[in-house]
Design a protein around this ligand. Structure first.
Ligand code: G3H
Ligand code: 13P
Ligand code: ZN
Length: 336
């Protein structure tokens, strides 16, 4: 049975991206897999009056059950009406890998989907992405495509270079597919280990400093498709504060390094309209659960250790919205 996202009070990304582009900020896209992450996102974005995108990966659908997750998102929309009545959000499929998965999400009430054909040959990526766009657009569901492959820690530097998005490809891809936004590869990657230590330098405090993002490629892309919304995946900063808490309390995250927040801020001022953040939230939750349990070894009520994790995650989201994305306080302007 088909549920339109409009019945759920959700929005697609179109209006948000238009405002973000004009206002030189970016919309945060936060992933969730469970109740506490969902609460932190809703509470943090409601309190900072930030438009936002709630992201669900296929892994999240498997973990939490796709039906339950979909109703959790519907519940979140209802809660948001109580907390911040004018604010709206987009429910987005993150890294959809098949047409059928995108179709199933549209039918379930998602207002936006990503079809990630970045690993395919250029022509095959176009064919698959176009098929999803042709299906989704009649329902007013927006579609994100991807060109270029995000580097993995296993890739050597040369391989990483060769998979940056080629500016020469973007106009043809966007024109032929009809996508609403484009994820690009300019040096970010997924997870907590975005660079090898040998790719980094050390600052005076001994902290690893990664090579800068390829803003030159971003600029070239902006020239080829002016005013077109760009998406940055792998944009967590891997905040040292939380890595230290994890390691201090029995964890073992060695040489974890992310994208410095100043660079995400810089990207948010450009055509980058959507910034994906998942790992930073995972690190906060892990840090707070480890710390709370270490300090309270007799505790066995999950609310007592997940509660502080949820609160810290909410604060991190408020900080990101205010100081990194620049999206805080924009809810009224877009939806008010
Ligand atoms: O880009 C991937 C997101 O962080 C989701 O990760 O597939 O482990 O849910 P996941
Ligand atoms: P991070 O792993 O940097 O949080 O990236 C998340 C992401 O891109 C989700 O699609
Ligand atoms: Zn991603």
């Amino acid at each position: 049975m088909m549920t339109s996202y409009k019945e759920l009070g959700l929005v697609n990304t179109k209006g948000m991206f238009k405002k973000a582009m004009a206002g030189q900020y970016a919309i945060p896209a936060y992933n969730f897999n469970n109740l506490e992450q969902l609460q932190a996102i809703i509470l943090g974005c409601a309190e900072s009056d930030s438009p936002f995108i709630l992201q669900v990966s296929s892994g999240a659908r498997k973990y939490a059950n796709q039906t339950l997750l979909r109703y959790m998102a519907q519940g979140a929309a209802e809660l948001l009406k109580e907390l911040n009545p004018h604010l709206r959000f987009t429910l987005h499929l993150d890294h959809g890998d098949t047409f059928e998965l995108c179709q199933s999400c549209v039918e379930a009430g998602f207002s936006s989907v990503m079809i990630d054909g970045s690993h395919l040959r250029f022509d095959d990526n176009i064919t698959l992405t176009k098929k999803v766009v042709e299906y989704a657009h009649p329902y007013d569901v927006t579609v994100e495509g991807e060109l270029g492959v995000l580097a993995g820690i296993e890739d050597d530097v040369e391989a990483a270079k060769s998979i940056y998005t080629q500016p020469d490809d973007v106009e043809e891809f966007v024109g032929k597919t009809g996508v609403d936004s484009l994820a690009i590869s300019i040096g970010t990657s997924h997870g907590a280990y975005k660079f090898k230590p040998e790719q980094c330098t050390r600052n005076e405090q001994g902290v690893l400093v990664p090579p800068p993002l390829r803003f030159d490629i971003l600029k070239e892309i902006e020239k080829r498709i002016p005013g077109f919304p760009i998406v940055l995946h792998g944009a967590s900063s891997v905040l040292p504060k939380y890595v230290e808490i994890i390691n201090h309390h029995g964890g073992s995250l060695k040489a974890a390094v992310g994208i410095p927040e100043e660079q995400i801020r810089q990207a948010a001022r450009s055509a980058v309209c959507k910034v994906n953040i998942d790992s930073d939230g995972r690190l906060v939750v892990t840090a707070m659960v480890r710390k709370t349990l270490a300090e309270n070894p007799a505790e066995f009520d999950p609310r007592k250790y997940l509660g502080p994790a949820r609160e810290e995650l909410k604060q991190m989201i408020i900080e990101k919205n205010k100081n990194v994305l620049g999206s805080a306080g924009k809810g009224k302007e877009i939806f008010g």
